[in-house]
Design a protein around this ligand. Structure first.
Ligand code: ZN
Length: 200
């Protein structure tokens, strides 16, 4: 497997990869799952190890719905790229085990560094475990709660930048994220986009 950060969709040129970060969360993950189901969309969930460990039922629900898992480290340290390799290794491998245990044996297929804090070492380590390093092309900034309309507009205006779109289902009130997904998924479909997974 390549250790390069993937910026492609398995659905080709008009494919969109919906990615959902920082959960699972007992309030927001079920709502995101409902919107995805209602629109027939499969997504990639980048889970924090401690969250996965705390909510194994949600990890299993994500897998059962046909979505894919992504390792988003144990504790979401956005400065991990400045820390020793031994630390980076623990953050990645411990989370891999926590997520796999919570899912009932389904392994994460991607690795996304918190805040994009990749290093060549962490990318190679993840790839050696079968987890393709995963970046993003469209940052919806949903984490900052700019309003549902702003999140929708960012996706619609920037979807031409590349296939992978970043959303969050934890870390605070994500009602704008849920509402934005409900609006933007059908609109993208109308524009001829289809939804898939990052290439592995
Ligand atoms: Zn994150």
């Amino acid at each position: 497997m390549s250790a390069d950060i993937v910026h492609a969709s398995d659905r080709g040129a008009r494919g969109v990869n919906i990615t959902i970060d920082d959960g699972p969360d007992p309030v927001w993950t079920p709502q995101v799952l409902r919107v995805l189901r209602d629109n027939g969309v499969k997504a990639t969930f980048c889970m924090v190890g401690t969250q996965a460990e705390a909510h194994p039922d949600l990890v299993k629900a994500v897998v059962a719905a046909g979505h894919r898992l992504c390792d988003h480290t144990v504790s979401h340290d956005t400065a991990m790229d400045t820390k020793p390799e031994s630390y980076q290794s623990r953050q990645i491998l411990d989370a891999e085990h926590m997520i796999t245990r919570a899912s009932g044996g389904v392994r994460p297929q991607y690795y996304r560094a918190p805040g994009g804090a990749f290093t060549p070492y962490s990318r190679r380590l993840a790839a050696s475990r079968g987890m393709r390093p995963l970046g993003w092309n469209v940052d919806t900034k949903d984490f900052e709660r700019p309003g549902t309309a702003a999140i929708v507009a960012t996706v619609e205006n920037q979807v031409g930048n590349g296939p992978t779109v970043l959303f969050h289902d934890a870390g605070g009130d994500r009602s704008q994220t849920v509402a934005a997904l409900r609006e933007v998924l059908p609109r993208l479909k109308q524009r001829g986009y289809s939804f898939g997974f990052p290439v592995r």
